[in-house]
Design a protein around this ligand. Structure first.
Ligand SMILES: [Fe+2]
Length: 153
């Protein structure tokens, strides 16, 4: 079952990577939510919750879009870690290091989204482009928030 007569492989590939990026980033964000310590604890704890809730909703939208296009959605940690542009580890224990790690991951998802939108620019899959565009706006907002929260750049 597919919206289009032929399976849209490019769209499915682009969405699969974004799904994987988003799932791994969801885990990273919860890691910070749970383990952050220090003066900024409350602000970062609350901000990270907003962000992982958005990511949680987004993975469902992206996975279902893959299904609409006739693809099979990646759905295991193993697949997500292979497809994502970064891994699930946070290399820092301090608050600023954790924020920088999240910032780097959001910037990588942003890059994957921009690359994906460019790849689909010749297709007529405007529904997918719309999903990708709204994900891009989210990550750009978070990049701004994380930069504004970082104590030293
Ligand atoms: Fe919580």
């Amino acid at each position: 079952m597919s919206l289009f007569s032929a399976k849209s492989d490019t769209s499915v590939d682009v969405l699969s990577r974004i799904l994987a990026d988003s799932y791994v980033l969801l885990m990273k964000t919860q890691n910070v939510h749970w383990n952050v310590e220090g003066a900024g604890f409350r602000a970062i704890h609350l901000m990270s919750e907003e962000h992982y809730n958005d990511l949680f909703n987004a993975v469902d939208v992206v996975a279902e879009r893959i299904r609409m296009l006739g693809g099979k959605s990646p759905a295991t940690f193993d697949e997500f870690l292979k497809l994502a542009s970064f891994d699930d580890r946070i290399g820092a224990a301090d608050q600023n290091g954790m924020l920088k790690d999240l910032l780097k991951a959001h910037e990588l998802v942003r890059k994957d989204l921009i690359d994906g939108i460019k790849k689909l620019s010749e297709s007529e899959d405007f529904g997918t482009t719309d999903v990708l565009g709204s994900r891009l706006a989210f990550h750009e907002k978070v990049i701004w928030m994380l930069k504004a929260t970082l104590e030293e750049k």
